[in-house]
Structure formats: structure tokens, C-alpha cells
Design a protein around this ligand. Sequence first.
Ligand code: IDP
Ligand code: MG
Length: 141
Amino acid sequence: MKTRTLAIIKPDAVSMGYASTISDRIIKEGFIILGTKQIKMSLSQSEGFYTVHIGKPFFEELTRFMSSGPCIVLALEKENAVDSWREVIGATNPKEADEGTIRKEFAKNVGENAVHGSDSDENATQEIAFFFSEEELNGDI
Ligand code: IDP
Ligand code: MG
């Protein structure tokens, strides 16, 4: 079944000029881009997006980083989109990411790790709705 996931090209990757290369990779991997926009999150928006990580030692660093500059959010569709995208991006820590993954190639470190991917269908639905209204997306699921 075709499902959706939320990808973010994070501020480190955008500022390093990797956005178009990563977008090309998204297409090459067979994802349909239902919606995309460049945004700069406020700190409170970033905190709202990452509520699941409230209380973790890296929460402040993460939310400050994610609101430090423009990022590109993308609503993606593919068969098994969540797992498929997480395979393409690789492990959270680029030191542990497999060869050929986006994080292996572009991530600086465990915090500034180039891209985001939803971790479940349920969270993907919530995360996509955080950035896009249904009218903005052209899918039919
Ligand atoms: P994920 O992005 O691979 O799903 P999560 O554990 O959900 O990883 O963490 C969310 C984000 O928080 C990571 O992508 C990374 O930017 C940041 N992060 C995770 N662990 C650490 C850490 O130990 N130090 C600093 N930042 C971290
Ligand atoms: Mg996660």
C-alpha cells in the first residue's frame, strides 16, 4: 500500500547547498513529492514539532538547531514510505550509517544529521499535518 512520510532537509544540509542533490535522490528512490516548502521554523514551532523528545538531554540543542535557519519540508508518498525513507537516510548517527545513505554522505554529526524521517505511519500523519493542510497535498489517500 502506498503510504506517506515526512522528510525534512535540515538547516545544516540546506546551508551547505545539498538540498537539490537530496531532492534528486528522493525522486530517484521512487518517492512522489506530494508537497514541499522551504520554511524557517521559530523556536516554539520547532519545540512543537519535537514534543516527543521533550525531556531528552538533546532537546534544547535539537530545537535550537532546527530553528537556526531555513529547512525544506517534504510530504512523500511511496509503497511503505516510512521504512523506505528511513532506509535511504540511514542511522541517526552518521558514524553508524551505512554506506550509500544520505546521512553517511551528508551528515556532520548525530545532531546536525542532514535529514529527518518519520518513524511510524501514525507519526507521519501527524508530522505531515503539522506543516501541510490536506488541500496543499495532491495525493488521493
Ligand atoms: P531520528 O532522526 O533518526 O529519528 P531521533 O532519535 O528521533 O532520531 O532524534 C531526533 C533528532 O534529534 C535526530 O535526528 C538528531 O538531529 C537529534 N539527536 C538525536 N540524538 C541526539 C544526540 O545524542 N545528540 C544530539 N542530537 C541528537
Ligand atoms: Mg525520530
